[in-house]
Design a protein around this ligand. Structure first.
Ligand code: 5RP
Length: 220
């Protein structure tokens, strides 16, 4: 979609020679990786780390140098998409199932730039079901504890079976409706054994580029 591509191209302008760049996951991050590949072909010298097998494969196919995490100290900038973003730049992520790797990479990034189309900007998070990565062991018990937090938890399916993340875990899509207290919910989710990570990115994003239908870009 053109508005996603516009936001992605704008964000990639922030990448400079010599940077270590985190590559996000999803259909919007796809455009950023393609644009980075174009600039690398033009001579931009960067090193990159990826937040999913899918993004790494795309980057490799575009000759973007992917380096092992052992070789880097910090990540200068990560460009990633989001499923929802509110006015404080709190996010819901994980629609593509890559939230754990995305959060690990974001937490080690000096800057996290989010790219999205206008449909992702919301007043209050939660209309999009919150993705939560859980271990398969005793998942029935974990689901009960998630439901006790006030949501309807649904195990994500793909190709007739349970979706598995790049880490071999399950994703539970938690239908909360509007989330009133994002920080409290994040803490409560971390308190459940069996939960590996959740898709609330609270206070992590530094900038949001929103591609508009009319071709303009809004920066938050
Ligand atoms: C993947 C993500 C994505 O960034 C999020 O789902 C947005 O995807 P898209 O750009 O395809 O709408 O968090 O885990």
């Amino acid at each position: 979609m053109e508005s996603k591509r516009l936001a992605a191209v704008e964000a990639v302008k922030e990448i400079e020679d010599g940077m270590v760049v985190g590559l996000g996951t999803g259909s919007t991050a796809y455009y950023a990786i393609v644009e980075i590949g174009r600039r690398v072909a033009e001579g931009l010298r960067i090193r990159a780390v990826a937040t999913s097998v899918q993004s790494e494969e795309l980057a490799v196919s575009l000759h973007i140098p992917i380096v092992p995490f052992a070789e880097i100290e910090t990540i200068d900038v990560t460009i990633d998409g989001a499923d929802e973003a509110d006015g404080e730049l709190h996010l819901i992520k994980g629609g593509g199932g890559a939230l754990l790797r995305e959060k690990i990479v974001a937490a080690s990034s000096k800057r996290l730039i989010i790219i999205a189309d206008a449909s992702k900007v919301v007043e209050r998070l939660g209309k999009f079901p919150l993705p939560v990565e859980i271990v398969p062991f005793a998942y029935e018990l974990t689901l009960r504890k998630l439901a006790a937090l006030g949501c309807e938890p649904v195990i994500r399916q793909k190709d007739g079976g349970a979706f598995r993340t790049d880490n071999g875990n399950l994703i539970v899509d938690c239908h909360f409706g509007a989330i009133e207290h994002v920080k409290a919910l994040g803490l409560a989710l971390h308190g459940i054994p069996g939960v590996v990570e959740h898709g609330l990115f609270i206070g992590m994003a530094d900038k949001l580029f929103v591609g508009q239908e009319d071709g303009a870009i809004r920066e938050l």
